[in-house]
Design a protein around this ligand. Structure first.
Ligand code: NAP
Length: 477
């Protein structure tokens, strides 16, 4: 038995480990020259994970050594590299090998890569990430700009920053982290804001040597600490986003409002006050953004961008802003998933057609007509302010149960029925009406039809669904 895993980020490493555990031979295809997914691609100053580090850790590879409550990006990348080595995954990875096509042929997938490799696999796991394809807006005149300009996920480390005039376009989680990290290093800093954001204040204490030693020496107590983190974080956040009037939502909203009202001066407060409910966009978590944005050499630019010029940016009010470096912190295309890989399923159906106008999947893990193609962190999963690691682990356990079922029944292929997928999708879209994401803002959560591309039920329901597949929703052949 062998399986192809596409992507060597967190989810790809997880898939490879679980497949190896049950004796399935694994080849991991990675288009880059290094593993790590989002933690490899993103290397911007201030990069960290705003999910607590001990929650953003594999359940089977706890890490007592995290330095801080919210771990810095490079430490997370090193963690994944270490786990991949320890579990013998690094040697299973084909680097610089992008999967360009997957075609279902009878009982297996024919897989082709950009470097000319062709093979067949009974199982394919797409672990290709959600926020992976940079959204680069087409600003007029961008090619005329004489300084450096790059997307936040394509940071050019050869460009000097200290003492320079820096602009950041965007106000998402990334821009806020960059702002906090860069403001005190530069001579002038401008943040171009199209929409104001709600900011949840959250200190980021370092773990002491004693705390780390305790985690190390008492794995049970460490596990209990992780369990408590999960309960407070996931369950509270889950109701807060899926039940608009929940107490959990009101509590988080009150914390954001108090942060804005107590930390920001009167002049700036008006500009930094969003015109939508907290958590409608992905919540920003920051210990110090409001302090940094009020530094004397920092400007919040709220006039729209007219065009780039040779020296900087001209805004719609006619002001010319001069910069050495402009960072496009303009987010990602969240509807791509396995694409641009061409995926052709049963009866020559193209996944691109099935996913037009918007991607769908049964319980986020499988698509009817595409047997044995399993997705981790695929379309419409619980992606908002949760640990994607716990989500991927639950999805992986679900997929492995389906593979076991194939072994038990002697069937070779498993796919969800069109009926079960349609019923799930109808219910999911109906439940979306009551979520915070539809309360009146624009965000990457919304799909091409304006409905949240997310898990619109409770987190508990996700846990229940993933515990054991309902086999009546699948066809085994
Ligand atoms: P984002 O949240 O999608 O933010 C993109 C920003 O760019 C928004 O402020 C958007 O404005 C602005 N923008 C886009 N196009 C623009 C244009 N043409 N002109 C002006 N402004 C434009 O992207 P992100 O900050 O990279 O974060 C994406 C997600 O990555 C986060 O929501 C989070 O899930 C994840 N992330 C997580 C962490 C973490 O610590 N775990 C850190 C960073 C990122 P509008 O709001 O008006 O659309």
């Amino acid at each position: 038995m062998k399986a192809a895993v596409i992507g060597s980020g967190m989810a790809g490493i997880l898939a490879a480990i679980e497949l190896k555990k049950v004796g399935i031979e694994v080849v991991v295809f990675e288009k880059a020259s290094r593993l790590g997914g989002t933690w490899r691609d993103n290397s911007y100053p201030g990069l960290s994970c705003d999910v607590p580090a001990h929650s953003y850790t594999f359940s089977f590879a706890r890490n007592p050594e995290w330095s801080q409550h919210y771990a810095p990006g490079p430490e997370i990348r090193e963690y994944f590299e270490r786990v991949a080595d320890e579990f013998g995954i690094t040697t299973c990875i084909r680097f610089n090998s992008e999967v360009v096509s997957l075609v279902w042929e009878d009982t297996r997938w024919k897989l082709e890569t950009s470097d000319g490799f062709v093979d067949e696999f009974p199982y394919v796991f797409a672990a290709t990430g959600v926020l992976h394809h940079p959204n680069v807006p087409e600003f007029d005149g961008i090619e005329e700009f004489g300084g450096a300009v790059f997307h936040s996920a394509q940071w050019d480390h050869s460009v000097p920053l200290d003492g320079k005039k820096i602009a950041v376009i965007g106000t998402g989680s990334t821009a806020v982290q960059i702002t906090s990290a860069l403001v005190d290093r530069v001579s002038e800093f401008a943040l171009f804001q199209r929409s104001a954001q709600w900011v949840l204040p959250a200190p980021n204490p370092k773990f002491s040597d004693e705390e780390r030693a305790e985690f190390r020496s008492d794995p049970e107590a460490h596990e209990e600490y992780v369990r408590e983190l999960a309960i407070t974080m996931f369950q509270r956040t889950s109701s807060a986003v899926t039940e608009l009037n929940s107490i959990e939502h009101q509590k988080i909203a009150a914390l954001c409002r108090r942060n804005l009202n107590t930390v920001v001066n009167d002049d700036l407060r008006e500009h930094l006050t969003p015109d939508y409910e907290p958590m409608c966009k992905r919540l920003i978590v920051s210990p110090d953004f409001y302090e940094k944005i009020q530094r004397p050499h920092v400007q919040l630019v709220t006039s729209g961008i007219d065009r780039f010029t040779s020296t900087g940016i001209r805004t719609n009010d006619g002001t010319e802003h001069e910069f050495d470096v402009i960072v496009l912190s303009t987010g990602f295309r969240s509807d791509q998933f396995i694409r641009p890989t061409r995926v052709v399923g049963v009866d020559h159906v193209d996944l691109d057609d099935v996913w037009s106008p918007t991607p769908l999947a049964y319980l986020s893990v499988m698509v009817p007509g595409f047997p044995n193609l399993f997705m981790l962190n695929g379309p419409n999963g619980p992606i908002g302010n949760f640990s994607l690691i716990e989500i991927a682990e639950r999805q992986m356990s679900y997929c492995m149960q389906l593979i076991s079922e194939l072994g038990r029944s002697g069937a070779q292929a498993v796919a969800p029925t069109a009926g079960a997928t349609e019923a799930f999708e109808d219910e999911r879209r109906a439940a979306a009406q009551n979520t915070i994401w539809m309360s009146g803002c624009n965000s990457w959560y919304l799909d091409a039809t304006g409905v949240p591309a997310s898990w619109t039920f409770s987190y508990d329901r996700f846990v229940d669904e993933m515990n054991a597949p309902d086999l009546s929703a699948f066809v085994l052949s």
